[in-house]
Design a binder for this molecule. Structure first.
Ligand SMILES: C[S@@+](CC[C@H](N)C(=O)[O-])C[C@H]1O[C@@H](n2cnc3c(N)ncnc32)[C@H](O)[C@@H]1O
Length: 304
């Protein structure tokens, strides 16, 4: 793996060469800084399992991601910063559904950043609460999704202030996550925290407090909505679709402390937990079978 400083340079070089116009519009010159690594999504944490889950099941979150994009209206040529971008999942879905948006994938983890670059995405290596590479007012939207709860509560206001700074006037911040009392937050607290290789001790979101943070960060128009964000798996039979769902959860959350995933008793235990917390539903869908685990996300919207 590239050394930190070298990675920062390679990342910018890759961005500049592949996307000169977007680079010129958004990236400050001459910044030699690097974020403090978050170890959860590295090779030492659950980075590799996570990547396996998104590579094997790239469309599992397509419905939710598409609904999230819809909140931005026509996305053609919009410049969007995906602040917790991982290896570029939202870019993958954006291409799949043909939005025509120009998405910059940002992440704090060097491992995710390397992977995003390898996939050819314009990529930045920063923490969402310190977007030191980004010019003021360069972006039509900032999306914080699928990972926002990893930001400590005390760093949430600085992150919203940074998003505000990076947005154009009229630009939108979408903050997608799960409410503190939601079934998904309970699943994170009681299942992922217990069985994941890294644990998962992160606070989720409270409506009133988050809307206040938006206002304190400067957003004039703020609103909140919910969004169905099920994990969805399609395969030739019910058994295969369900097996996909279980494998996805195991990899996505690095649930190794549940036991060996090849063992039937591990599969049974995981299935019981998913059913207890989220619920699963399988049905025929044309020639295929579809299995889904249900989730309801919350999305806070702020307009600059
Ligand atoms: C659950 S993963 C989701 C990645 C991607 N959004 C996806 O849907 O596949 C959460 C990501 O947030 C990143 N992350 C955690 N804290 C961060 C921070 N302060 N700033 C930017 N990224 C962060 C992690 O490194 C990880 O890649």
């Amino acid at each position: 793996m590239a050394m930190p400083r070298e990675l920062g340079r390679r990342c910018l070089e890759h961005f500049k060469t592949g996307f000169p116009e977007l680079y010129g519009k958004c990236i400050r010159n001459g910044i030699e800084k690097q974020p403090t690594e978050n170890l959860e999504f590295t090779l030492d944490g659950r980075g590799l399992q996570y990547l396996n889950s998104v590579f094997r099941y790239p469309l599992a979150r397509k419905e939710g991601a598409t609904a999230l994009f819809k909140l931005l209206g026509n996305m053609r040529n919009l410049v969007i910063l995906d602040a917790f971008g991982g290896n570029g999942y939202l870019t993958r879905i954006s291409k799949e559904i043909g939005t025509g948006a120009k998405i910059i994938t940002n992440d704090i983890s060097s491992f995710m950043v390397l992977c995003s670059m390898e996939l050819g995405n314009p990529t930045t290596w920063q923490s969402a609460d310190d977007l030191f590479l980004m010019k003021d007012g360069c972006s039509d939207a900032v999306v914080m999704a699928y990972g926002t709860h990893h930001l400590p509560v005390a760093r949430r206001l600085p992150a919203l202030q940074e998003a505000y700074r990076v947005l154009k006037k009229g630009g939108k911040l979408l903050l997608h996550d799960f409410e503190n009392d939601s079934s998904m937050a309970r699943f994170f607290r009681e299942v992922v925290e217990r069985y994941s290789v890294t644990g998962h001790n992160h606070a989720h979101f409270d409506r009133e407090k988050t809307l206040l943070l938006f206002r304190n960060a400067g957003f004039r128009e703020t609103s909140v909505t919910t969004l169905h964000d099920d994990f969805v798996f399609r395969n030739g039979s019910e058994k295969e679709s369900l097996a996909d769902l279980l494998e996805y959860f195991y990899l996505m959350y690095g649930l190794e402390k549940l036991g060996d995933m090849r063992a039937q008793k591990t599969k049974d235990k995981l299935y019981a937990l998913i059913n207890e917390y989220l619920g699963t539903k399988c049905s025929r869908s044309g020639k295929e079978w579809e299995c889904r685990a249900s989730r309801e996300a919350v999305v806070f919207i702020g307009e600059k």
